[in-house]
Design a protein around this ligand. Structure first.
Ligand code: CMC
Length: 432
């Protein structure tokens, strides 16, 4: 944000005129600063779903929804997906610049040596029902980290913030993999620090004490790409939840647990699970028109999962990369003509030509293909959102750190338009 506003907007309310400063970002829409609006006019702004509200000043991630562009610290997502790898992207998101070779080596060492969970946490897992959804387990276990790592919960201490950040990035794959192992009744598999981040996660999911899982480099690369594509996405619902939780000075583990909970919903991170379920429900190409009609019907709550986005009004750039990854993985597993893939490709083709979708600028989003890839890799649908949560943790942490270190930061406390009853007297139970 520029130090001083060069322009202003004028608003007149009930005969009173107020000048509101306008601030320009590097790219993207400028903002009208309404902070003094209530004090000067006695009015709030009304913006359910925050469609016109910038909740913070951030330098981490930028989305141009019309162009279909996503930048992490200025770098386009397709370049990072092609040329970088997840831990380098984590460094970039957390510290603002691409690392030197020495910085990367040091960061990788710090992450790799924090991958184990406190052994007592295994008891915590055992408290869950065996059929618990991995996201239910993750909400609980991530929140419980604050009970195990007291030495990194003081948010006023820079070093503790740093340790908590590295711990979160390092432990999330172990937490997610163990949630999966528990749900299928297999023993927990410990991390292997000789493997890279993505390969280690797959090892913890698919190895057993009886048999080591061989991680194919194409699979590891695909997993790394999935993680990179999901690493951050500016002020989405779960990130805003993390920031709001953190604005009360809650510890980072509690804040990330709040983000995990928010991500679970089918309108957000749960969409990849919902999308694959939808593709399976459609089943065959000939049934697509029926589902397209349902998606258009205002009286039917059905929506095409994996389509549409609050910000992207063009093809989601992550979906393009995911589509390529889907091809690579499906070729590797020898499934190039599965009914689900046929349905997905045909659904995409039809919807891109359909006036309803064109008018509303509804394009496939990242979740449209990620479920197909994860399924081909051997993950059950219940793990899809858990993998998203694991990948997004670094973004949540980077955004949380930025907020804690922002001198403008105050507790998040939206106001409301109250349309309920005015003050009235309590009526005794016998008189109701
Ligand atoms: N299928 C059919 N119609 C849709 C869809 C869809 N998937 N998405 C939006 N629309 C219609 C909607 O009915 C509305 O039509 P009208 O103007 O005639 O009333 C119009 O498009 C605008 O929709 P909206 O609900 O105002 O848009 P939003 O920005 O509030 O919602 C969304 C964005 C992602 C929640 C929504 O598009 C949706 O529910 N998509 C399916 C779920 C999904 O794939 N979510 C993953 C998002 S990407 C991963 C992530 O970032 O979490």
């Amino acid at each position: 944000m520029t130090e001083t506003a060069k322009r202003s907007a004028t608003i007149s309310v009930d005969g009173k005129t107020v000048e509101l400063p306008i601030y320009d970002g590097t790219v993207g829409p400028s903002v009208i600063d309404v902070r003094k609006l209530y004090a000067e006019t006695g009015h709030f702004t009304y913006d359910p779903g925050f469609t016109s509200t910038a909740s913070c000043d951030s330098i981490i991630t930028y989305i141009d929804g019309d162009k279909g562009e996503l930048l992490y610290r200025g770098y386009p997502i397709d370049q990072l997906a092609d040329d970088s790898h997840y831990l380098e992207v984590c460094y970039l998101l957390l510290y603002g610049e691409l690392p030197s070779a020495a910085q990367l080596e040091d960061f990788e060492f710090r992450v790799t040596t924090h991958t184990m969970l406190h052994e007592q946490m295994t008891n915590f897992y055992r408290g869950f029902r065996r059929d618990a959804h991995p996201m239910a387990i993750m909400c609980g276990v991530v929140g419980a980290l604050s009970a195990f790592y007291h030495d990194s919960t003081d948010i006023t201490d820079l070093e503790q913030r740093e340790i908590a950040s590295v711990r979160m990035v390092a432990k999330m794959p172990t937490i997610a993999a163990w949630a999966y192992k528990y749900s299928i009744g297999q023993p927990f598999v410990y991390p292997r620090n000789d493997l890279d981040y993505a390969a280690n996660f797959m090892h913890m999911c698919f190895s057993t004490p009886c048999e080591e899982y061989h991680v194919d480099p194409i699979m590891a690369r695909a997993m790394d790409r999935i993680m990179t594509l999901h690493a951050d996405h500016e002020q989405n619902a779960s990130t805003s939840t993390v920031r709001l939780a953190g604005s009360s000075n809650a510890n980072p583990f509690a804040c990330i647990a709040a983000g995990v909970a928010c991500l679970w919903g089918p309108a957000h991170g749960g969409a990849n699970e919902a999308c694959l379920a939808m593709l399976k429900e459609i089943g065959t190409v000939d049934r697509i028109p029926e589902f397209i009609e349902r998606a258009k019907d205002k009286d039917d709550p059905f929506r095409l999962m994996g389509f549409g986005h609050r910000v992207y009004k063009n093809y989601d750039p992550r979906a393009k990369v995911m589509q390529e990854t889907a091809k690579e993985v499906l070729e590797l597993v020898g499934v190039t003509d599965s009914p689900i893939l046929q349905v997905a490709q045909e659904l995409e083709r039809i919807s891109l030509e359909d006036q309803y979708f064109i008018d509303r600028k509804l394009y496939p989003n990242v979740d449209f293909y990620s479920g197909i890839v994860l399924s081909a890799m051997g993950f059950p649908t219940s793990m899809f959102t858990a993998i998203f949560a694991m990948s997004r943790t670094v973004g949540w942490i980077a955004q949380w750190k930025e907020m804690v270190e922002d001198p403008q930061q105050r507790i998040g406390r939206p106001r409301q338009l109250y349309s309920g009853a005015g003050a009235r007297n309590y009526v005794d139970l016998s008189k109701r």
